[in-house]
Design a protein around this ligand. Sequence first.
Ligand code: ZN
Ligand code: ZN
Length: 414
Amino acid sequence: MNNQKKQLEKYADLALKKGVNLQRGQGLIINAPIEAADLVRIISAKAYGRGAKNVHVEWNDEMLSYMKMKNAPMEILESFPKWKADGLEEMVADGYALLSVYGPNPDLFKNVDPERVAKANKASAEALSSYRDYIMNDKTTWSIIAYPQQAWAEKVFPETPPEKAQDKLWEQIFQITRIDQDDPIQAWEEHNERLRQAREYLNQKQYKKLHYKAPGTELSIELVPSHVWHGGSTKSVNGTEFNPNIPTEEVFTMPHKTGVQGKVTSTKPLNYGGNLIENFTLTFENGQVVDYSAESGEDTLKHLLETDDGAKRLGEVALVPNESPISQAGHIFYNTLYDENASCHLALGKAYPTNVRGGSSFNKEQMEAHGVNDSLVHEDFMMGSEELDIDGETKEGEFEPIFRKGSWAIDFES
Ligand code: ZN
Ligand code: ZN
């Protein structure tokens, strides 16, 4: 346990230094489950130690969320308190950084009508859309780290005695986030450097299209002109370097909202708002999903796709090699932060404006003209595997290998 306390300290340091990169005099918002109080207190103490002017914690309690989702009248689920959205926006407008501590029970809303969950998600997404614009445009620094809540840990390790599941998941989190290394900060600098090489290679290539081939998948994705690949650390609008996700193994860019053709099959379950969607396929025509099916959770998938027009289109294309430490862990985490970094993935919904040159200052017309997708949702789903091949098509129409059998086909060093 003493050792775990030490690891938590290192984890908190990593979240503040490499995650949000909190600056002296800055405020910090922490979103966290009440189960994570031990970690949140360590992070807060360290944040004040680094000169934070205020740490504001938004606690959530899954039991209470469940009761509300199950029992509250629809008009309550369909309204989101304006004072809350305004308060959060006020803080990010004042330069507060945002740290989300995340580890939900993947089956939380399993027994709730998916329509109720979808309506509540839509209401909060609408109310928080200008708050979220600060985040998705990197107007402040933000980061997500995981916390192994009991219910999540038991889902990941169903064979392990419940009292040991949480420690087992901590062990994996510490390994995957490099906390178990002598100097995690140094390890993250080296990791960021490797991701920088990959994204710079792809930025210079400016492929017109990516072609995917795997069992159940035959898909071509047009990339927007002047697209920008990101991955690893990034910079906020005012130039502070930060890591939006801990862990992160992906490089990602922007698909053209009308340029996706073909069929894709998922390779891991998608946890959407407390419901699992498993073994699903999507068929695209001119960027839009025109057909879909799922072995389970099809109703949830339907609600996700019907959120708005943009929910039927792609907003992100991400590459993750199969040898990523998360993939090597060899099991499903039922948590997007972890699973998305195990596998090549795509996202339905809103694109990150920073994935196209000048995108952060685009207005609606410019977004439309550049093929930038917009939606209330942004949901990553996994479609990578050790059987996935990806080719890049150059402007001249030549095909070059990018991935073979789930791994990079490119030597970045040379
Ligand atoms: Zn991603
Ligand atoms: Zn994403």
